[in-house]
Design a protein around this ligand. Sequence first.
Ligand code: SAM
Length: 372
Amino acid sequence: MSGLDSDGLREKLPVLRRRWDPVVLTVLCKDGPQRRRNLSQTVVDEGERIADGVLSEVLNRLQQEGFVAKETRSPNVVLYEATEAARDWVEWLRRVTDLSARAGKGAIAVTDDSSTHSAVDTTKPSSARVWNYLLGGKDNFEIDRKVGDEVRDANPQIATLALEQRKFLVRAVTYLAAEAGIEQFLDVGTGLPTANNTHEVAQRIAPKSRIVYVDNDPLVLVNARALLVSSPEGATDYIESDVEDPDKILRQAARTLDFSKPIGLTMLGILGNVADYDEARSILKRLVDVLSAGSYVVVCDGTSTSQENVDAVRIASEQGHPYNLRTLDQITGFFFGLDLLEPGVVPLTHWRPEVDPLPPAVDCYCGVALKR
Ligand SMILES: C[S@@+](CC[C@H](N)C(=O)[O-])C[C@H]1O[C@@H](n2cnc3c(N)ncnc32)[C@H](O)[C@@H]1O
C-alpha cells in the first residue's frame, strides 16, 4: 500500500498526539522492525489533530487485515465494527476515532457492541441526528436530512436557532465557569459531539471541571468517546439514559459529580421531548431538588411563538420526530422556586449577547437561574 509506507505515514502523522499500539504498528508496517521503530517514534505524543486522510487509510488497511468490518450507513456515516481478531484493541480504535470526531470528522465510529450498533435505526429520524444536520454536521442519515429539510422549509429560521442554541450554551457555561465558580456540570440531552461541547467550554476556563453527559440516542453513545477526552485535571463521563428516568441519571452521575457541591445543570432542547408539560417540570424538579445551594439551572426549549415554528414541529411530528413546543409562561415555569439571573427568560439570542444591537428573536426561550 503506497499510502501506508512508513515515510508516507511519518509525513502525515507528526500531529498525532497518541501512542500507537504495537499491534497496529505491526499491521501497518509489516516490512521490518527498523521501519516500525521509526514509525513509533514519529507518532508519539505530538500535536493534537489527526491528519486528513490518515484515519481512513488506517481503517481501510485494518479492514483488509480483517480487524474491522465496515458498514456504510449513508454517504456520510461509516461504522466500523471490531472483529474477534481485534478484540484486544477496540479501545485503541476508539481513541483514534475520538480524535477523528474531535477534528470535526465525527462520521466514523467504532463499536464492539453489536446491540448498540444495530440500535442505530436509519429508517426513522432521530432528534440528535436531525439537530446535527441542522448544525451542519455529518452524523446523520437520509431520513434525518429529509426531515431537517422539511422543517427548514416550514421555518427557515430553524438552522439559525440550532446554531444560536450552541452559542447560548457557550455563553451560559462560560458565565458559570468563569464568574460563578462552577466546576461541575450535568448536561442532559447532550446531542452528538460537535464544536464547543460543554466540557471543552468549561475546561478551557477551569481545567479541573468535571462533566457528566446524558443522552438516549444510540449514535450519541457510539460517538460518546469524543466527549470523554477530558483535561488531565478534570473528568468527563457519559450516561446512556432516558431523561424520564432522573433517578438513574442521579445515581450514575454521582460516580463523577459531588452533589454536596454546586453543579451547573444544563438542559438545552431536551424537555420538549417529554410530551406532558407537568411531567417535564417534575423531571426537572427531581434533578434540581438534589442540587446543593449555589447550583445553577440552565434551560432552553422551542416555543410556539411563531406560526412557522408550530408548522415546522407539526411536520417533524408527522415524520416520526415529535417535539413539544412550550409557551413563554411554561418555560418560565421551569424556573419556579429558583432565582432567575438577568435578563430573565428571553429568546436565546437575547441572553447576554455579545453583539449590539440585539439580534432578532428566535422561537426558543432560555434562562439561567441560581438555586439558593
Ligand atoms: C435538540 S438536541 C439538543 C442537543 C444539545 N443539547 C444542543 O443544545 O445542541 C436534543 C438531544 O436530546 C436527546 N434526547 C431526546 N429525547 C431524549 C430522551 N427522552 N432522553 C434523553 N435524551 C433525549 C437527543 O438524542 C438529542 O441529542
